[in-house]
Unconditional design. Sequence first.
Length: 259
Amino acid sequence: MMMRRLLQGLLAMGAVFASASMAASADNHITVAAAADLHQALDDVVAAYRHDHPDSRIDVVYGSSGNLLTQIEQGAPFEIFFSADSNYPQQLVEHGKAGGTPVPYAFGHLVMWSASIDMRGVQVADLAQPRFGRIAIANPQHAPYGKRAEQALRAAGVWDKVQSRLVFGDNIAQTAQFAQSGNAQVGLVAESLVINAPVKGTSEPVPASLYEPLKQSFVLTKHGADSPLARDFASYVQGAPAKAILSRYGFNLPEDGAH
């Protein structure tokens, strides 16, 4: 009888310790949904944060902002959503899926980039010329950079002329890969993804007057509002070290203006 009680006590204590361990693990782990244009920049921000918080674990899932929004609305357990378009975090608020208000963190920029063609001095209207071959853009249906690429091509009067040569990436990172691999000769991509591109190439900015500003915001989800790590990392992103990293990747900061 005494032995059975002792075993029951040990099992109970083990359950308590296991529960405490799981709680501590949950407190030190978050999963972030982030727009694909942040792939390199946010990786560096997370690395800098973890240098000062070595016990924390921050996993980042990158994709198109529209697809990530859908996943969150369907219950995906992300604590923070970094979007390339501020309208998407606002939708989470309106649909009761956010745990706070959207916070602008950067303005993105669209560029024409090529590994095989010298793009310096090229105008968007020039892309109608056959010599530019296949042109990669992100899917305008759910990728903010793709939507802006379509706006720019339409504003330049060449959308109908280039449609047969368009190659669509699921997100802006895949679009950049199409251009870097040669599957497309030109990519209308995020500046942040070509600053340190693994493939050498040339780029030319797409005039800001041709597309809506890429005002980017993040928001805590309802799931993330209860996480001390999520709240602390959200604050860190608004601080000087994180802003310096974003600036290195070509992002304008909110106080700097759109372009």
